[in-house]
Write a new protein. Sequence first.
Length: 262
Amino acid sequence: MSFALFLLILLVVSGLVWLLDARVLRTRRAQDAKEPWWVEYSVSFFPVILIVFVLRSFLVEPFKIPSGSMIPTLLVGDFILVNKFTYGIRLPVINRKIIELNLPRRGDVMVFRYPVETSLDYIKRVVGVPGDRIEYRNKRLTVNGQPVALRPLDDYLSRERMQYSRQYMESLDGAEHAILVEDDAPALMQPPQSFPHSANCHYNTGSLACTVPAGHYFMMGDNRDNSSDSRVWGFVPEENIVGKAFFIWLNLNELGRFGSFR
């Protein structure tokens, strides 16, 4: 059971008890009679659960970064906040959009339901929007025939792996972000899987070219040689979108990272 569904069940049950107590039970109790424990707890927690449910479902949701696929932008152990409304208002649990707002843009860091197993949440960067022609060849990203601008930075030392990687500043639609590339790693980390719209992609040794279908997005990790992403498991459908990551609020290993991401 997902946490969103569990929270919804708690909200409905506590809300029904609160309503039953307000309309029926309270009028039947003697003035000095103590509330039953199940009424007391439900009435006390219902407002709290309601606030948490509304905030988490429609405004912001916290996530913890479990892997290094978005290094150096996001580190393992970062606690981040995800904007749930920037890409439209969605009904909780079923994730169906009811109000259209903004569309994901190239360069956005987006949380989404993993297409292979939708009970899992993934986080990657949007590099291709519907209709884009994405090419990845010799570890260089090209969008619609235009190589994405890169400028070299100092090498990055991974504390987890105690290994240096080449670091570049990449610019997607004017939004800059750092990426990592390892010279001795293959351009494609894993053999591609069979996925919906896989006919839109063509693979050669160490390279690929994909046309992003309507209503889908092409995602890549900033840690390019240590990320399982759209190069492997394909496109992310619009209905899988959770929200846009925008803020680091805690990392117990590096307290100075507070607010270091937007």
